[in-house]
Ligand binder design. Structure first.
Ligand code: CMP
Length: 220
């Protein structure tokens, strides 16, 4: 529990008490924990793993709202506003979670001011991110958004045999489309333009950036 930012400020006896209230839940890679619209009465903290928060339409197009990792929490919204789950939660890797029931969530918050601060801080950061994303969606073209996202995700590894100065984005076109909130066809079209210009090459699950500086110029 000490490793989890939300519980950092608890003293030993508070921690022991909380431990007695928490259940553990394991998820296999690909397992869906809940769907948007489900009734929710539990709060989750990720001990280990990777959870995708996303929404989809009837055609099966998906948008990833967030990727949550070790120490992150989720599921607080349904508890706080007493509405159904606002999004789907799916494990992208084998994951282990702590589960806290609604009946224990509120007493825990009342007793732990620092935990309340952590949750409010995290909610505020999420809203900030969503505002940035909203501005991006309103002001930038798909091509600028793609360039921006590729630069954020680019890793300067040479472990896959890239040349010096090349960068790798380990992600499928489907995942990229979901992150940008656009269809796969439109990502495909944009990548083709970048390929034709010699800025990137693509393989099955990765995009190799050949010319970082030219890609940077496309972010405006
Ligand atoms: P809840 O609505 O109970 O279930 C889905 C959860 O996903 C939600 O609570 C939040 O914890 C989390 N969530 C929803 N939207 C976002 C977002 N934009 N960024 C991070 N987490 C989110």
């Amino acid at each position: 529990l000490k490793q989890i930012p939300l519980f950092e400020s608890l003293n030993d006896s508070e921690r022991r008490r909380l431990e007695s209230l928490l259940q553990r839940r394991s998820l296999e890679k690909g397992e869906i924990l809940f769907h948007k619209g489900d009734i929710g009465s539990t709060f989750y903290i990720i001990i280990k793993g990777l959870i995708k928060i996303g929404v989809s339409n009837k055609l099966g197009d998906e948008v990833t709202l967030a990727l949550l990792r070790d120490g992150d929490f989720f599921g607080e919204m349904a508890l706080l506003d007493e509405q159904p789950r606002s999004a789907d939660a799916t494990a992208l890797e084998d994951s282990i979670l702590y589960v806290l029931d609604r009946n224990d969530f509120f007493p825990f918050l009342i007793e732990n001011e620092n935990a309340v601060r952590s949750i409010l801080r995290a909610l505020s950061m999420r809203l900030r991110r969503t505002d940035d994303l909203f501005a991006e969606l309103s002001f930038l073209t798909v091509s600028a958004r793609l360039a921006k996202r590729l630069l954020e995700l680019a890793k300067p590894t040479q472990t896959h045999g890239e040349e010096p100065g090349e960068f790798r984005v380990q992600m499928s076109q489907r995942e990229l489309a979901a992150m940008l909130g656009v269809t796969r066809e439109s990502i495909n079209k944009e990548l083709k333009i970048l390929k034709d210009k010699g800025m990137v090459t693509t393989s099955r699950n990765a995009i190799i950036i050949k010319d970082l500086d030219r890609l940077k110029r496309r972010t405006r």
